[in-house]
Design a protein around this ligand. Structure first.
Ligand code: ZN
Length: 263
């Protein structure tokens, strides 16, 4: 049995049903791309299909690792380049670490990002990704969320509100990761279902209990006045047959026939 919670609003009974087994809310028509450290992927599903770079090619030596501009006399067995000293920028490694500042540059260069937020990832105590204030030279960045030029062209979202949108997308993903996904049903005083999902055959999954509550309460507000209360009556077959004879005179036979056809 899934976990449920019930409340009464505007006279209607709303039942919220917790559904943890729903699909990730991440999709292409969001503004943000979430990229996370490759080491996180074994333990937690990455939100999007992108991995955070862990280093960049050294811009000074272009990855060669040597300072070929150094003024070293070539010899017969050591031609130019092979005996050059280590590149001073990368100490001969050919790569430089992915600091926060460099990752921000990368997101802007490769994806046309305008807002880049650093993220700290899930750990033993939380499944959430949090916006984290990394220093520019920090090499401990575990993820980023940023807008991409391609996605913003599709969504048409205003850039001056981009940070707000990205934070909302992150909140939505976190709520889903924590199993905070709900559907609801609204029943009137007679126990009949009056919500839209109850009338039509579609799956109504809402991320975040707060969102589910405001949607359900809004629907209950619009559901109008309660119907007349209906009562169950128990009769013997003999009593029932008597009632059936009397019914046409009080105009209820059509109502009874309709309800019998439904049940
Ligand atoms: Zn170098």
């Amino acid at each position: 049995m899934p976990h449920t919670e019930t409340e009464t609003h505007n006279g209607y009974t709303i039942t919220y049903v917790n559904d943890e087994c729903t699909e990730s809310p991440r999709h292409d028509c969001q503004n943000g791309l979430i990229v996370v450290d490759a080491s996180m992927t074994g333990r937690y599903d990455p939100p999007d299909d992108e991995t955070l770079p862990d280093s960049f090619t050294c811009p000074t030596c272009d990855g060669a690792g040597r300072d070929e501009t150094a003024d070293i006399e070539p010899t017969d067995d050591r031609p130019i380049g092979t005996n050059a000293p280590d590149c001073p920028t990368c100490s001969g490694e050919g790569v430089i670490p992915a600091t926060f500042a460099r990752l921000v540059e990368w997101a802007k260069r490769e994806h046309g990002a305008t807002v880049v937020l650093g993220l700290d990832g899930p750990n033993d105590y939380t499944d959430r990704w949090r916006v984290w204030p990394y220093a520019d030279d920090s090499t401990n960045v575990r993820g980023l969320i940023f807008d991409t030029a391609k996605r913003v062209a599709e969504t048409g979202s205003p850039l001056d509100r981009m940070e707000e949108f990205l934070r909302a997308e992150l909140d939505e993903y976190n709520a889903w990761a924590e199993g905070d996904v709900w559907s609801y049903e609204i029943r009137d005083r007679n126990g009949d279902r009056v919500d839209e999902a109850g009338r039509e055959d579609y799956s109504n999954r809402i991320i975040g209990k707060d969102n589910a509550e405001s949607e359900a309460r809004g629907e209950a507000d619009l559901a109008g006045p309660q119907p007349e209360p209906l009562h169950a009556v128990r009769l013997t077959m003999e009593q029932w047959q008597t009632v059936m004879v009397e019914l046409p005179e009080i105009g209820l036979s059509d109502v009874i026939a309709a309800q019998l056809a439904e049940s």
